[in-house]
Design a protein. Structure first.
Length: 310
C-alpha cells in the first residue's frame, strides 16, 4: 500500500488532520504532521515536527499532500520528484493566488480547492488539474436541546463572518415580535469550548459575508460542518453553489446569502413546530454524514484527488 504524508505549516481548522483521518477511515495509510502548533489547542491534531524531521518523513512516503498553499515549502517538495497534491483552503490562497500559482503550477499532480468560489476562480484562470472537495469532520453526538429553540452564532473572526449584519437582522426581527432566543459570543476560545457552544443551540448561523476585503468570499467553513455533524440546522453562505451541487448534490445546510434571505429563513423556522424542526435536524444530519463524515470523505479523496496514484 502506498504511504501518504499530509503536511501543514500551520494546520488551520485541523483541515489536514481531518483529511488524514478520513483517508484512514477509508483504509489508507496516512501520516499527518505540522510545523507549527495551532492556537486553538485541538485535542486530536497533526503531530508537530521540526523541519529536519519533516525531511526524513518525506523520504519515507510515496505521496505528499500539502495543505493551505504554503509558499515556504514549494522548492523542497518540488525537489523530491514525488507526486504532490496541494490544497487551497481560504484566506492565504484568496489573498495571494497569483504568487501561489507561480510557485505550484506545472509540477504538482493535483490542485484541490476546498471552497467553491476558489474552485470557480481557479478553473477560470488555469488549465492545471483541479478538484473541488469539502473537508471531512468527526462525527459528533446529536445532543437534544430544550423545546424552546435556541439560535447561536460564535464566529472565529467577527469581521470575516459578517457578525455585525447577523446581529442587526436578529435585533430587527426581535423588535418586530418574533420569538427568537439568539445567543452570540465573539470571544475566541479553544476548540473544546467552541464545541460546547455549538452544542448549546438548535440552529447555528455561521456567516453572512460575501466579501473578504476586496476579494470574493461567501462560502461555509469548518464550523458549519462541525455544527451540521452535531445535528444542528445550519444557516450559512454559498455564493457559488454550482460546484457543490455538481460534486455532492443537495446541501445539508440552509443557504442565505444576504440579510433578506436570513430574515425569511428565520421567520420560516420560527413558524415550525418542535416536531417539524426535530425532523428537519435529523434529515440534514443524515444527509451531511453520508457525504462529509470521515469514511465517505476518505473515499471521495481516493477516487477524485488521488486517482491513479494509490
Amino acid at each position: 500500500m502506498k504511504a501518504i504524508l499530509n503536511i501543514s505549516v500551520t494546520d488551520y481548522a485541523n483541515f489536514g488532520h481531518d483529511n488524514a483521518e478520513s483517508l484512514r477511515a477509508a483504509g489508507y495509510y496516512v501520516n499527518d504532521v505540522a510545523l507549527v502548533a495551532h492556537q486553538f489547542e485541538y485535542p486530536e491534531c497533526s503531530k508537530v515536527v521540526t523541519q529536519k524531521e519533516l525531511d526524513q518523513l518525506i523520504k519515507h512516503h510515496d505521496i505528499i499532500q500539502v495543505f493551505h498553499s504554503p509558499l515556504s515549502l514549494t522548492e523542497r517538495l518540488k525537489a523530491t520528484g514525488k507526486p504532490v497534491i496541494v490544497y487551497h483552503t481560504g484566506t492565504g490562497y484568496r489573498q495571494q493566488s497569483e504568487s501561489i500559482h507561480k510557485a505550484y503550477d506545472g509540477w504538482v499532480k493535483m490542485h484541490v480547492c476546498a471552497l467553491p468560489e476558489l474552485y470557480e476562480a481557479f478553473k477560470s484562470r488555469s488549465s492545471e488539474p483541479c478538484v473541488y472537495m469539502v473537508g471531512g469532520v468527526k462525527t459528533y453526538s446529536d445532543q437534544k436541546c430544550s423545546e424552546q429553540i435556541h439560535i447561536g452564532h460564535y464566529p472565529s473572526n467577527p469581521e470575516v463572518k459578517g457578525t455585525e449584519k447577523i446581529i442587526e437582522v436578529f435585533q430587527n426581527l426581535i423588535s418586530e415580535g418574533l420569538p427568537l432566543l439568539f445567543d452570540f459570543d465573539t470571544k475566541k476560545v479553544d476548540y473544546q469550548e467552541q464545541l460546547v457552544r455549538l452544542q448549546s443551540c438548535d440552529i447555528y448561523v455561521e456567516m453572512l459575508a460575501t466579501k473578504q476585503g476586496s476579494k470574493e468570499y461567501g462560502s461555509f467553513g469548518i464550523t458549519a460542518l462541525e455544527a451540521a455533524s452535531m445535528g444542528k440546522i445550519v444557516i450559512t453562505n454559498c455564493t457559488h453553489p454550482e460546484p457543490y451541487q455538481k460534486h455532492y448534490g443537495a446541501f445539508p445546510f440552509i443557504i442565505a446569502n444576504n440579510e433578506k434571505d436570513l430574515e425569511l429563513t428565520l421567520v420560516e423556522l420560527s413558524e415550525m413546530t418542535w416536531f417539524e424542526l426535530t425532523e428537519l435536524k435529523k434529515s440534514y444530519r443524515e444527509l451531511f454524514l453520508s457525504m462529509h463524515g470521515y469514511e465517505p470523505t476518505g473515499k471521495y479523496i481516493a477516487e477524485n484527488v488521488l486517482k491513479g496514484l494509490l
